[in-house]
Design a protein around this ligand. Structure first.
Ligand code: F0G
Length: 421
């Protein structure tokens, strides 16, 4: 099967349903989308993706939010709490400091539960309802669990989340908890949690809503569509590059699919496709290793560590979809140190943009690639910031200024302000 950028539009198989079907990216085997629950190919265990008989162009999109792009999605409507339509901020000081022609920040932290995961869940939970399942589950570094808990409760379906004990930021656990998910704290890292959830799903215990689920990635395609439309509305030109943090590489795969489908629809030229540029934390960088080695597959890292707990992942399950995306678009991948991530978090905050550590990795990676000359001064770049500052209040407080204790007396406050900066 070809994941080439210029591959021909797919031909519908007999089991297509309302113009969409599932296809294995390895062997091409096809299935009706909603006739049974499957996450991987029955024949070869390859990853599945949703395919469409009619691919939309920009003219077909109308309305607001994720469902503006219904023509590019497998359903007409989802379980929605108004996800999408996130801001595409300018960051002029950072733009001139890093030294690129244009820098825009696509802040996915402005979604209902504070991360891009909502875009996937509005589709994935609707598909779960279509399939008639009675329990939803995910492994998570935090944001997926928060989004699944919110969308699961909205849909009235029981939700189970498996989190690596002690490695999930406080805001995310609080969200999963209040939205009523059952939270299992697992004595193991994210990859171990995902192994367990996959086994539970295979045994029919729950419907899996990690990004291995092909329907979730359909919703996440809309990030790429919004970025293109945002740049077009500005001055008509597309971004040269999109820089994004990488964990399981779901977004990398989803953005690539969005652009590939636009190319297939004749709505985007191959040379207009932004270069997909992934950033990982140095302590959890198996995708960077694979890109640097020109490998077709990633080597699983068993020991991973980073302050950016959202991307503390050693086995990026979507690598077979994402590696061709990085390669075909002429992008790359880069690793950054935790200190560089914290600096970028402060830089964004100084422009009024509050993000969690994993999100700041995109800006840290852009700075590094620009300094190394990989990114040119003439480039128009969008950095994706994936989660809100309040997701990880401890990291924000550690990176920010310390509170200064004073007594409740004006004289003391004035004296304190004069004696200190
Ligand atoms: N940024 C944030 C804030 C995330 O929460 C995640 C993934 C990523 C980036 C990586 O995205 O997997 O598409 O490459 N978080 C998942 C979770 C793993 O469980 O919340 P990816």
């Amino acid at each position: 099967m070809s994941l080439d950028l210029a591959s021909a539009p797919p031909t519908p198989p007999p089991d297509a349903e309302n113009g969409s079907w599932l296809a294995c990216i390895e062997c091409g085997e096809t299935h009706a989308p909603f006739d049974a629950i499957r996450y991987r190919c029955d024949d070869c265990d390859g990853l599945l993706e949703v395919r469409y008989a009619d691919l939309p162009t920009f003219e077909d999109f109308s309305g607001r939010g994720v469902w503006r792009y219904a023509d590019a999605l497998p359903l007409e409507a989802g379980v929605t709490i108004s996800e999408g339509d996130t801001p595409l901020y300018r960051a002029p000081r950072l733009e001139s400091d890093i030294g690129v022609e244009t820098l825009r920040i696509k802040h996915e932290g402005m979604n209902p539960t504070g991360s891009f995961k909502d875009r996937g869940m509005t589709v994935g939970v609707a598909v779960a309802r279509e399939l008639g399942v009675d329990r939803l589950a995910c492994a998570s570094t935090g944001n997926t669990s928060a989004a699944l808990a919110a969308y699961g409760s909205r849909a009235g379906v029981e939700t189970l989340v498996l989190l690596p004990a002690g490695k999930v930021a406080a805001g995310k656990v609080a969200q999963a908890s209040l939205h009523g998910a059952r939270i299992l704290e697992v004595d193991g890292n994210f990859d171990a949690c995902l192994d367990v959830v996959q086994s539970l799903a295979a045994g029919g215990e729950a419907y899996l809503l990690n990004s291995l689920n092909p329907f979730r990635l359909e919703g996440q395609k809309t990030i790429g569509l919004e970025i293109l439309e945002g740049f077009r509305a500005d001055d008509g030109a597309h971004p040269d590059r999109i820089v994004l943090p990488v964990g399981n590489a779901g977004n990398t795969a989803a953005l690539y699919k969005a652009f590939r489908e636009l190319v297939q629809a004749g709505a985007l030229a191959v040379d207009e496709v932004p270069k997909l540029t992934g950033v990982q934390a140095a302590g959890a960088a198996p995708m960077v290793e694979a890109v640097e080695n020109g490998a077709d597959a990633v080597r699983r890292w068993d020991d991973v560590e980073t302050r950016a707990t959202a991307i503390r992942i050693g086995n990026p399950v979507n690598a077979p979809k994402a590696l061709p995306g990085i390669r075909e678009t002429g992008g790359t991948a880069v690793a950054v140190a935790d200190e560089e991530i914290t600096t970028a978090q402060r830089d964004l905050a100084s422009e009024g943009i509050g993000v969690e550590p994993a999100s700041a990795a995109s800006v840290a990676g852009l700075r590094k690639l620009r300094a190394d000359g990989v990114v040119g001064a003439d480039e128009r770049v969008a950095c994706l910031t994936t989660g809100h500052l309040l997701k990880d209040p401890d990291a924000a407080a550690a990176a920010g200024r310390d509170p200064e204790p004073v007594s409740a007396a004006v004289d003391d406050v004035l004296a304190h302000l004069e004696s200190t900066e």
